[in-house]
Design a protein around this ligand. Structure first.
Ligand code: C6P
Length: 415
């Protein structure tokens, strides 16, 4: 085994936080679970599980509607959760936080509402080649409706955005740049503030897909320079089915509703309807109240940790993984981004990624294998998919060692 990496932080004890996550005590067959599939979804601390259970056990009612105590309590918890998200994003106001089902719905909302109202034939949307399908397909749908064009921004062999090519593509036809803060397939941390500054130079808006970024870094929407920011609760230790769209107030004010129904209206008659104020204009129907409450608990949990130490710990895990990978000749990393967070993607000889994933699973090591909903990126590298190990704050170097012990076994079996 290699010597301890110099980045190894002292201030954060992942072993202690593991106690907060009951599922990590599970076994897979006769082996302990090494959960390295956090980019797909992270595990939930007890405070989140309890917050959701307590909500249903003690406070469940519909929000903003009824004149009774439980509804008041549910409404207060729901709106306090929104305020918690606003603090998490450093949003200047709470009304700019819109509940969605997740990142996917948040991006679809912007594409359908803003895109439907503003895009014209000849307009362009830029999206990097490393985007998740959620930040590609909604733009394709709205381009098909409006006659606008979706143009890919190339990615280099390292798995980084080709900034020179990006600058060449930026002209007055570009109305919006869609970029992921962190690539879910390669872990690349994109230079979002710089990309946003360049986009502003041609008057384009910037939508940041924070699905992976929010899980690894403290977020500051103003520092990122974005107009829209989307993230999912389930990747930041919160529940599934809840997520957020943050947007600049003047943009959200000017955008038409995304869906119609209860809550999003001010008045309704058959002659026509008027819309509720922000954020409710975009929140048709009964929301995922328990999800919002659970997400707020997750964000409070994160706030209670030394975030800088967590970032350093995750950087240490990645550095250690790369160090161990260099010792395994059959392993080929896919992309070698200079700025990366929490994700290591690779191939093992000519073994199919799915076969590697199956062998690892049999040894209790959970990873994802496949295209990671990033088929254009896989096509860019000329591969069908990768094996992806992705880390969260509760992972340990010992789990990385288990990954490499399992990979050695996979080499024996598959190569
Ligand atoms: N990536 C992964 O294994 P939803 O499904 O709406 O919560 O998130 C979609 C999404 C959007 N952007 C990025 C960068 C993402 O990573 C994801 C989800 C998971 O990589 C599931 S495909």
């Amino acid at each position: 085994m290699s010597a301890p990496h110099p980045l190894r932080p002292a201030a954060f004890d992942p072993q202690a936080v593991r106690e907060d996550f009951p599922i990590l005590a599970r076994r897979v067959g006769d082996r302990p679970l090494a959960y390295l599939d956090n980019a797909a979804t992270s595990q939930k601390p007890r405070v989140v599980i309890d917050a959701v259970a307590d909500y249903y056990r003690l406070h469940n009612a519909n929000v903003h509607r009824a004149a009774h105590l439980l509804s008041d309590e549910a409404t207060a918890a729901f709106e306090e959760a929104r305020a918690q998200v606003a603090r998490f994003l450093r949003s200047p106001s709470v009304e700019q936080v819109i509940w969605t089902r997740g990142t996917t719905e948040a991006i679809n909302l912007v594409a359908a509402s803003w895109g439907g109202a503003h895009l014209r034939p000849g307009d362009r949307i830029l999206a990097t080649e490393m985007e998740h399908h959620s930040n590609i397909v909604p733009w394709q749908l709205i381009c098909a409706r409006t006659g606008a064009e979706l143009v890919p921004v190339p990615v280099t062999e390292r798995g980084e955005v080709d900034l020179a090519a990006y600058e060449r593509l930026l002209d007055e036809r570009v109305k919006l740049v869609a970029v992921t803060q962190v690539s879910n397939a390669l872990g690349t941390v994109n230079p979002v503030p710089e990309m946003a500054r360049l986009a502003k130079g041609v008057g384009a808006l910037v939508l940041v897909d924070g699905a992976q970024g929010a899980a690894h870094f403290p977020v500051d929407v103003a520092a990122l320079g974005c107009d829209f920011y989307a993230f999912s609760g389930h990747k930041v230790y919160g529940p599934t089915g809840i997520g957020v769209l943050w947007g600049k107030r003047e943009l959200l004010e000017a955008m038409p509703p995304y869906q119609g129904g209860g809550e999003m209206i001010e008045t309704v008659s058959f002659a026509g309807s008027t819309w509720n104020r922000l954020p409710y204009k975009f929140e048709a129907g009964t929301p995922h109240i328990a999800g919002a409450v659970g997400l707020a608990a997750a964000l409070r949990y994160l706030e209670g940790l030394d975030r800088e130490a967590v970032v350093a710990h995750e950087a240490d895990l990645l550095a250690y993984t790369r160090e161990r990978a260099a010792e395994l000749p059959a392993l080929r990393p896919v992309g070698e981004p200079r700025q990366a967070a929490g994700i290591f993607s690779f191939l093992l000889g000519d073994a199919h990624p799915a076969d590697v994933g199956t062998v690892l699973d049999q040894l209790g090591v959970a990873v994802r294998a496949g295209h990671h909903c990033a088929q254009p990126l896989m096509a860019r590298f000329g591969i069908p998919g990768t094996v992806r190990a992705s880390f969260a704050l509760y992972n340990t170097r010992e789990e990385v060692d288990r990954l490499f012990a399992a990979l050695a076994k996979a080499c024996d079996l598959l190569l």
